[in-house]
Ligand binder design. Sequence first.
Ligand SMILES: Nc1ncnc2c1ncn2[C@@H]1O[C@H](COP(=O)(O)OP(=O)(O)OP(=O)(O)O)[C@@H](O)[C@H]1O
Length: 274
Amino acid sequence: MLRVDNLRKRYRTGDEALKGVSFSVPDGEVVGLIGPSGAGKSTLIRCINRLVEPNDGDVFLNELNVTKLGRGDLKRARRRIGMIFQEYALVERLSVMENVLSGRLGYVSFWQSFTRRFPQSDVDKAFSLLERVGLTDHADKRADALSGGQRQRVGIARALEQDPELLLIDEPTASLDPKTSRQIMRLITEICRERNLPAIINIHDVPLAQAFVDRIVGLQEGEVVFDGPPSDLTEDVLTRIYGEEDWTTMHGDQDEPEDTHPHPARNDPTAELV
Ligand SMILES: Nc1ncnc2c1ncn2[C@@H]1O[C@H](COP(=O)(O)OP(=O)(O)OP(=O)(O)O)[C@@H](O)[C@H]1O
């Protein structure tokens, strides 16, 4: 269970990105976070694991108040939060298996990770996760040899290899074609149900979110303006969330070929420490 209570963030530039955001995500529930550009979605996701430091408010992961932790405890708490990124954030020259095993880096000693000697139980878990995401035959391939959808499957397996209690997912399908996007959303939501994992997905594509998530939280100018089931997301509500922006154009239903092109990682989202 995740509980966000009155979370506030003002950047040094003066931008007030979160103005007292509160909501909870029970175990097994997948929440789609929607809202126009600049609404505070990325800031919210990053405040939950303190890649961005909130100015006020609390984040509870089960019994643990993440916002009150010192450096060492925060490092341990971050093991419990799996992240999945738009640009996958894989290590290009490493194999699929090594990328999945990197999910254990927070758990093994420096020398084990330096020599890449992971316990057999970690390797066994990685194999079963690769099977779950449909990549058993690709375990030894280099990450840069995979298509976008396959790379995101590696990102999902890597996050699960951490044994997370929460998944934070930032635009998981933004670099994928519509068909692959649906496959990835289906995989994520199925896995969260199987494992009773709570998840928040920052997603631009409203119809895609409506098709797969259990609940939608709509942000606007740093405030929650909608919180409910996808079926309650009427045109009126969407117009309230997006204002003048035309939300109906926010999804691409063009017939594109499925998942053919590898995408280079453009940046490292974990580097964005504020
Ligand atoms: N590092 C930063 N420094 C200063 N201001 C920032 C920073 N990151 C975000 N902001 C500001 O905070 C507000 C919320 O931005 P945020 O990126 O969280 O929104 P978003 O909903 O994720 O937008 P998008 O969908 O375009 O990614 C915006 O006004 C933005 O300009």
